[in-house]
Write a protein that binds this ligand. Structure first.
Ligand code: ADP
Length: 190
């Protein structure tokens, strides 16, 4: 059976986490969010968590080897999954290459890269709003929020070309009601 492996893509605040919750439910997928995995490490006060926290608090990316290792472990823990939703991963060219190598080895490639598109000012408003209630410190400081968006534009947005070249890139309008956006994603998955 073909596995429904999806990359849910987009800048910080685009709604990847929210939409992942609907998609895992609908298609029975396993959610792999590197942001969530890193926050779990911070909570557990692990060595890895301590290292990651400094970078995350500045709005910078955590090292490729760390996040690739975390993803590899989680994939090995869910060999029977109907598919994975990769949320917040890959974020660099090296991560995208490593993911392809891992998936090609199992003959279970990425089926589609769904890119949620939201204008920058809307992202900043959403993130600062989330920071006011979620306790996420990286959502509370406008300079950190803007730095994350810069990091996205510089290192992550170019992955659209990487997946376009494989014929997998699909742009999705990320502005509207949560239900409308879910519908757009479901249509794109087909
Ligand atoms: P957001 O998409 O809102 O920025 P995430 O929870 O996905 O939130 O990520 C929070 C932080 O965790 C990022 O700013 C970055 O420091 C780190 N991080 C998450 N995923 C990755 C990744 N794939 N590569 C490097 N750093 C990551």
């Amino acid at each position: 059976m073909i596995k429904l492996n999806l990359v849910l893509f987009g800048p910080p605040g685009a709604g990847k986490g929210t939409q992942s919750n609907f998609l895992i439910e609908r298609y029975g997928l396993v959610h792999l969010s590197t942001g969530d995995l890193l926050r779990a490490e911070i909570k557990a006060e692990s060595e890895l968590g301590l290292q990651a926290k400094t970078l995350m608090d500045r709005g910078e990316l955590v090292g490729d080897d760390i996040v690739i290792g975390m993803i590899r472990n989680k994939m090995e823990a869910h060999l029977d999954a109907k598919g994975f939703i990769f949320d917040g991963f890959p974020r660099t060219h090296a991560q995208a290459e490593a993911l392809d190598v891992m998936l090609d080895a199992k003959n279970e490639p990425i089926v589609a890269m769904l890119a949620l598109e939201v204008p920058e000012e809307e992202l900043v408003t959403r993130l600062l709003g989330r920071g006011a209630t979620s306790g996420r410190t990286d959502d509370q400081d406008e300079a950190v929020v803007r730095n994350r968006i810069r990091e996205y534009e510089k290192k992550t947005a170019p992955l659209k070309d990487f997946y376009s070249a494989q014929g997998k890139f699909k742009a999705i309008n990320g502005v509207g009601s949560i239900a409308d956006i879910t519908e757009r994603l479901v249509k794109a998955i087909g």
